[in-house]
Design a protein around this ligand. Structure first.
Ligand code: ADP
Ligand code: MG
Length: 728
């Protein structure tokens, strides 16, 4: 058992403005615990009538200042936790801080650069690397990804669902067994045998998380996301299984509603916006007070799910993310205060060992046999599994006479034999179903129902058609607006500079030319690739297809608008950059692949030469009637050292190729995500345009063929063109 308090770390997000410095200082001189001092600016400090302190000091295990890299965060915070998970202990890392302080950046990573990847991808990489190295045990890894929003849990990894809102995802509920263990019903567990498979799952969850988020439900700031790696290990032949879970938690934004004014007690009387964080605080307070017997875990789903991580069987680490700017001073102080409380909580992690269920079954089978023998001894008759034909017949007769008996007091007596009791119920059920199936009223009833149903279905179709018509009209209006804007832009450009006239328009081409980079996916790797979880990959591509490449589903007009939107979108630069990097990596990988093949051929040749040389030497020995010279053959020595060199070269290149493969996969995921984001933003923009058109234009009366928008000859032409396009 390992007893340990929750480890707390602080990470300060880089500030844009340099003058924000001076708000805090980090003191790392004290040998054991570094401290962070937050200095209240004079103007703010004066406002606190009853609170004249000008600085606050907080101790942390370590404090990572603005320039800390993701690599350092992983090495110092996540790696030790991953190591204890590999040893069989549960682990949790959670990021806590106000919105935009860097929680997601720390836990998952940034969406632009490979070097920005956060704790989750790095931990996965580390764990799979370790599993590969250790051949003494059989390991199994599963992944789950849960989002909690408004006290409701959602499974982010269910591939059967096409999420467009959070509610589309399967709902997860918490169940508690009599031993107070928490079980999550409906949360899917996915096996991952390689780092790539696990990364794909992370991507799938993050994409669902992004798609499900709308401006109305700012899910990322209001919801908690828990990515869990479930690891089990077993020594070959042993019956004991070790299980450990690693929760990587991105909490909701911790901002509070401040009650300013009343006595200036800004820093003490603030209330959470997020109720479940309020319950988290209650749990933390209860745990940090000695002799508290009741801990209110059950108040919220998040505290129920993380029950073990807080004051239980787990090694837990908290990262307080801080955005130390003047306007965030109070939030930063409350984050640090929360961390100080958390640091008081003591956990007791134990090795989670279980007996293999197969062994358990064998033991239970033996016990059943013993009990049967005992029963036979007591009752004086040997019982078999099934009843005999005669016994069955006798029973059925009993049931029939029981049913036919008009006396309401009559009883069906079969004796204390569970086999007979079960058979009675089965037989009764059968009688009931038979009666239902052959019942007289069923068929005509359903016929009548079908006839009644015909009315509404035409009504519905009619409504649907009307909606489609409305959509098309909106579409045309949006396009006409865009066309006007484009025309105006072109005219402006013409007026403003005649020098620019000859210049081609910036990147008319789509940021995703066909076949590229998707076409690059068929990576010419000579490295052995492990089987991937095909269902996830298939789902991922179909998801992307739906969310990005929905060209077949989009009407032509909408496609056209999408192309223009895409061209002008700020992200297209990042996408372009990443595409360039990806291209580079691909050609690097291709070149490496070729060099590896070359090295492999060379190794083969060298081996051949050595064998030949050997045979020659032996032949020479025989012909000269001498034994093989005991002195080493210098030629063979040389060949051997060349072989060794070539092997080392091969190994180095192979490792590099493997690393490249992971990087390429990651970059592809980033790009895929960017595409989904673009599509989502386009959809939002499109919807907004459509509503604003509806508001601004007179009501559409489609059935009198009234034109719903003012028409210029140009727009009329465009409209008829579009309509004829759509009919094609
Ligand atoms: P949160 O999840 O706490 O709301 P984010 O992680 O989304 O915050 O961070 C907000 C923004 O700041 C993002 O654009 C993110 O990329 C950036 N950011 C956060 N922390 C860092 C950091 N340490 N270095 C560079 N950028 C960061
Ligand atoms: Mg976030």
């Amino acid at each position: 058992m390992v007893k340990q308090t929750i480890q707390i770390f602080a990470r300060v997000k880089p500030t844009v403005r340099k003058q924000q410095q001076g708000i805090y200082s980090i003191d790392e001189d004290e040998k054991l615990t570094p401290s962070l001092e937050i200095i209240l600016p004079r103007d703010l400090a004066d406002g606190f009538v009853n609170n004249k302190r000008e600085s606050y000091k907080f101790k942390f295990q370590r404090i990572f200042d603005q320039d800390a890299k993701q690599e350092a965060i992983f090495e110092n915070i996540a790696k030790p936790v991953a190591e204890s998970v590999l040893a069989g202990y549960n682990g949790t890392i959670f990021a806590y801080g106000q919105t935009s302080s860097g929680k997601t950046f720390t836990i998952t990573g940034g969406a632009e650069r490979y070097s920005d990847r956060g704790i989750i991808p790095r931990t996965l990489s580390y764990i799979f690397e370790q599993l590969q190295k250790d051949s003494s045990k059989i390991y199994t890894t599963h992944i789950s990804y849960l989002e909690i929003y408004n006290e409701c849990g959602y499974d982010l990894l269910d591939p059967r669902h096409e999420a467009s809102t959070l509610e589309d995802l399967p709902k997860v509920t918490v169940l508690e067994d009599p031993d107070q263990n928490i079980h999550l019903k409906n949360l899917s567990l996915h096996q991952a045998t390689t780092e790539e498979e696990a990364l794909n799952l992370l991507f799938l969850g993050d994409t669902n998380r992004m798609i499900a988020e709308t401006p109305m439900n700012q899910a990322s700031t209001r919801s908690h996301c828990i990515f869990t790696i479930h690891l089990s290990s077993k020594e070959p032949g042993s019956a004991t299984v070790r299980r450990a879970k690693l929760h990587l938690v991105d909490l909701a934004g911790s901002e509070r509603v401040a009650k300013t004014g009343v006595g200036g007690q800004l820093l003490t009387e603030a209330k959470y916006i997020n109720l479940s964080l309020h319950y988290l605080e209650q749990v933390i307070v209860a745990l940090s007070e000695k002799h508290r017997s009741h801990i209110p875990y059950r108040n919220s789903m998040m505290t129920s799910v993380l029950r073990d991580s807080l004051g239980g069987n787990c090694m837990t680490t908290m990262i307080a993310t801080l955005s130390l700017e003047k306007r965030n001073i109070d939030e930063s102080i409350s984050t640090c205060r929360f961390a100080q409380r958390v640091a008081l909580i003591r956990n007791e992690a134990v090795l989670n060992e279980e007996i293999d269920p197969r062994l358990m079954i064998l033991r239970l089978q033996k016990e059943i046999q013993e009990l049967k023998d005992e029963l036979a001894l007591v009752t004086g008759e040997q019982r078999t599994e099934a009843l005999t034909e005669a016994e069955l017949l006798q029973l059925e007769k009993l049931i029939t006479s029981f049913l036919e008996d008009q006396d309401p007091e009559s009883k069906l007596e079969v004796g204390a034999d569970m086999r007979k009791i079960h058979h009675c119920f089965h037989y009764l059920k059968k009688l009931l179903t038979d009666k239902k199936i052959h019942g007289p009223s069923r068929a005509p009833f359903s016929e009548v129902k079908d006839q009644v149903n015909q009315g509404p279905s035409t009504e519905e179709e009619y409504k649907k058609l009307r909606e489609i018509l409305q959509q098309r009209d909106n579409e045309i209006n949006i396009l006409v607006n865009m066309l006007k804007k484009e025309k105006k832009k072109a005219q402006d450009a013409l007026h403003s500079s005649s020098m620019d006239r000859g210049e081609p328009r910036r990147s008319q081409s789509s940021p995703f030319p066909p076949g590229n980079p998707e076409g690059l996916r068929t990576l010419p790797l000579s490295a052995p690739t492990q089987a991937q979880d095909s269902s996830v990959i298939q789902y991922r591509s179909s998801l992307l297809h739906r969310k990005t490449g929905v060209r077949e589903e989009m009407s032509l007009g909408r496609q056209e608008a999408f192309e223009i939107f895409k061209r002008d979108h700020a992200d297209s630069v990042t996408i372009e950059d990443n595409k360039q990097i990806l291209k580079q990596r691909f050609s690097e990988a291709k070149a490496l692949g070729e060099s590896i093949n070359e090295a492999r051929r060379k190794i083969g040749r060298l081996k051949e030469e050595i064998t030949q040389r050997h045979v020659q030497q032996v032949a020479l020995g025989i012909s000269e009637n001498t034994t093989v010279p005991s002195a080493p053959d210098p030629m063979e020595e040389k060949l051997r050292s060349q072989l060794e060199e070539e092997k080392t070269r091969y190994k180095t290149m192979f490792m590099r190729l493997k690393a490249l493969k992971v990087e390429i996969e990651h970059l592809q995921l980033l790009m895929d995500k960017a595409k989904v984001k673009l599509q989502k933003e386009f959809d939002a923009w499109w919807a907004e345009e459509a509503t604003s058109l509806q508001v601004n234009s007179p009501p559409v009366n489609l059935f009198n063929h009234v034109k719903p928008f003012p028409q210029t000859p140009e727009s009329q032409h465009k409209r008829s063109q579009l309509l004829s396009n759509q009919r094609q």
